[in-house]
Design a protein around this ligand. Structure first.
Ligand SMILES: [Zn+2]
Length: 185
């Protein structure tokens, strides 16, 4: 999925675990679930517009990815202070692409980072380890829309639903006598 989706997912996960009394356990669970959420969302990406390779000849691809980059920056500015732990772990696997594309752009070679190690790990989990592999088997039944520009609307809809969820969580947080959800910042 695109980065704004991972960012919002990480924020929601951190808020969901914010009510746990032990801060250490809350943050530990946030880290694990946020990291695993990246693998789930990347499996779900087949239903949305998500071509495997950049297409700099497509004006739509360029405009869409520009909008994605701007939205990512806005979301990070908005949510980082409150939910940095969840956002960090939800987005962490995409460090793979920074290393891999960075080497192509700067024409350098980092010998230990020739493969997307974190995505390989998530792929292993979501394709070989139950119950994650069962989930992937279900997701594989969904239509493959990776190359259909219209399918970006599915991801836009998911982002809208998550924004609404965050708003509801914030409202619940404010109205609670004893705050039962917070990002622990
Ligand atoms: Zn990814």
């Amino acid at each position: 999925m695109q980065e704004p989706t991972h960012i919002l997912t990480g924020a929601i996960i951190q808020k969901a675990f914010g009510g746990i009394k032990s801060r250490g356990i809350g943050l530990g669970l946030t880290a694990v679930v946020a990291f695993l959420s990246h693998g789930f969302l990347d499996e779900l990406a087949r239903t949305t517009y998500h071509p495997a390779d950049p297409d700099f000849h497509s004006p739509f691809w360029i405009r869409y990815h520009f909008a994605v980059a701007v939205t990512s920056i806005i979301f990070i500015f908005w949510l980082w202070k409150q939910c940095k732990w969840g956002i960090f772990f939800a987005a962490l696997p995409d460090v793979d692409w920074i290393f891999i594309h960075g080497q192509e752009i700067f024409d350098i070679k980092v010998p230990f980072y020739q493969h997307p190690h974190l995505h390989d790990l998530l792929h292993l989990i979501y394709h070989h380890i139950p119950p994650f592999s069962w989930l992937t088997a279900l997701l594989d039944r969904l239509p493959n829309n990776r190359h259909s520009p219209w399918a970006c609307l599915w991801e836009v809809l998911l982002v809208a639903v998550m924004l609404l969820a965050l708003r509801l969580m914030n409202m619940a947080q404010k109205s609670a006598v004893k705050p039962f959800i917070n990002c622990g910042s």
